[in-house]
Design a protein around this ligand. Sequence first.
Ligand code: PEP
Length: 300
Amino acid sequence: MSDLRNLIEQLVLQTLQELRPGFPEIRPLVEVSQVKNTSNNYGKRVPLVAANWKMNQLSASARAFVLELQKLDRKNVQTVICAPHILLPVISAVRKEADLLLGAQNFYPETAGAFTGEHSLDMLADAGIQTVIIGHSERRNLFGEQDQLLARKLAHAMAHDFLPIFCIGENLAERKDGSTFRVLHNQLITGLSEIKAPFPDPEKIVLAYEPIWAIGTGVNATAEQAEEVVAFVRERLSEKFSYAYAEKVRVLYGGSVNEKNAASLAAKPNIDGFLVGNASLKVSTFMSIIEQTAACKRRV
Ligand code: PEP
């Protein structure tokens, strides 16, 4: 019965979306407050832990990392390694398991052409890559990537059957002056704006809440702060898509996650895993985060 209700709800919302693109004022048929309560069903979402190596590792260390990681039983946690482009073929060559996803940290949303220094998704697919990070604060702030480009990248990745990890996050000034939720709402809604009905499978998009003040600082968001934002993100997804859709989207937390704080964050019902920077450079630490995530999600 609830499946039928979900289906009807999705069809109604998609029809409305087609008739009136960008209809943010139309409310979902399910009360938003229900989203928080029913997210306790972990069986629906497979946890995901992604390494963001940024501009780190060389071919020998990258190869050794992936070989070691594959000794770990990771069947309950989808694992992604996002490596620098030049290392992607290196790690692809030693990857033995299809369920270890490889990701790029950047691409350009065109098929081919005069885009010096860029890589297309076809090139990444050709190198055995399935995942891409989009909207990371370092791309937004150091390389000037704006919301409109990020929206194009997200829609392009989904249309090309890549699993995007779309990042949003507020800076410290925004957190302090109380504009966190406004900033995140804008980043999220603009980021999703190029995704049109019929919507892709909810399992094929991953969001990551990455407060800028927590990235690389050693100061993580508390589990309560992260859960509050991730629940907010799920509510916005419910408005954009549907309640049933939002329930299936994985939402990660990222920002100074390590083997000491992973368990308390993973114990929160809406947090489906992590995007890990510094702590993903050492394989034993990264494996500990994966194991703790699996253990927490099994318990809840
Ligand atoms: C990141 O860059 O995505 C990140 C979360 O970094 P760190 O874990 O080092 O804070």
